[in-house]
Structure formats: structure tokens, C-alpha cells
Design a protein. Structure first.
Length: 200
């Protein structure tokens, strides 16, 4: 969340920045950590509702992540086809990775782009940040546009099953409309790119 605030330059939408009187769910009666994992922690909080009753909030705490629309010099966009265990499928995605406290978002995205696609970005422009599922998680993803790409060595982590494809924007949009691109951040990134850079 701190990254989100720093990047946006304001705290109005920052969880930590919410004034108590602006938070109708600030009174936590019980805080229970059910699971502390390598990537996520799961909490179940009992809160005091404004009506006077109590409510349960299940929260997946996530470190946040980065994703990028990589644009080749000929205008094609790079997507990766990756196996995702929770849905037991290969899906098309933009390259992405989770944040950790040791590396700023921009550097994380530069590294992930190289690792997953085998391309190094000459420019990496910040575009926007968005919550992926605010009803249950604080996960935020920062979106970049990567350009001036030069091929380097792809180096996948153990357990990553990834192939790289290059599609025109029209082909990406066709895949989305045909139900072949179903990943939220990828849909958002493609539509953001179309709206900002190709509709002028
Ligand atoms: Mg990844």
C-alpha cells in the first residue's frame, strides 16, 4: 500500500491514510491470523458495525504486484502463456510479478520482464494502479508500458511454465472478445494501452 501511495503521490485512497472518522469499519473487536504464508496472510477480523452489531471481514493480505504491456518496435505486444495452478489451466497474461520489500516496483517490473519474456526494456512508463479484488484482499497491481525492447536471455524460475507470443493489438482484442484472454490485469492492460496510445 505504501508503494501505491508513493506512486500516486497522494494518500486519499491509501488504507493507512484513512482518517478514523472516514472509516466506518475502524473498530476491530477481534483480529485472528489464520494463516501466514510465503505470499499471503489470511486474517479474519470481527468488527463493530455502525448499526451497533458485529460483522466478520475475511482479508487476504498481499504484498502487491507489477505488470507491464511490453511493446515491440513493430507495435506488437508480448503476452506470455502460463500455467496457473489455482485454475488448472494455461492462460494468456501480461508479464507480471509480486512485490517484495527489497525492490521498488519499477525495478521489480524490469526484472520480471526479463525473466519471463527474455526482453529488456529501454523505457518503462508507469500508467496506473488498481486493486484486483478489494472485497477480500488489499492486493494492488501497478501497470507499466515497456518499450525499446531488446532480446536478452529468458530465465524462468523453477516451477514456471511460460511461453512468449507476440500479437498485434487487434489480435489481442480479438482474443479477449473470443474469451481467450480471461486474466483481469491483462484485459485492463490491453484496454488501457488501446485507449491511451492507439485511439489518438
Ligand atoms: Mg510472474
Amino acid at each position: 500500500m505504501a508503494d501505491f501511495c508513493a506512486i500516486r503521490g497522494y494518500v486519499g485512497i491509501c488504507f493507512r491514510g484513512i482518517e478514523m472518522e472516514d472509516n466506518p469499519e475502524a473498530a476491530v473487536l477481534n483480529h485472528q491470523e489464520l494463516y501466514r504464508g510465503k505470499i499471503v496472510n489470511l486474517y479474519v477480523d470481527t468488527i463493530r458495525l455502525t448499526s451497533g452489531g458485529t460483522g466478520i471481514r475475511e482479508v487476504v493480505r498481499h504484498p502487491g504486484g507489477v505488470t507491464a504491456v511490453p511493446v515491440l518496435d513493430d507495435g506488437r505486444l508480448l503476452l506470455i502463456r502460463q500455467f496457473r495452478y489455482p485454475i488448472q489451466k494455461y492462460i494468456f497474461e501480461l508479464p507480471a510479478g509480486k512485490l517484495d520489500s527489497n525492490q521498488p516496483p519499477l525495478e521489480t517490473m524490469m526484472r520480471e520482464l526479463e525473466e519471463e519474456t527474455g526482453y529488456r526494456a529501454g523505457t518503462m512508463d508507469y500508467e496506473c494502479s488498481f486493486y484486483t479484488s478489494p472485497g477480500i484482499s488489499n492486493e494492488v497491481i501497478h501497470l507499466y508500458t515497456a518499450r525499446n525492447l531488446t532480446p536478452v536471455l529468458q530465465h524462468l524460475e523453477e516451477g514456471e511454465h511460460i511461453t512468449v507470443i507476440a500479437n498485434t493489438l487487434a489480435e489481442c482484442l480479438q482474443k479477449f472478445q473470443a474469451g481467450q484472454i480471461t486474466d483481469g490485469k491483462t484485459i485492463l492492460g490491453i484496454l488501457w494501452y488501446r485507449n491511451k496510445y492507439s485511439l489518438k
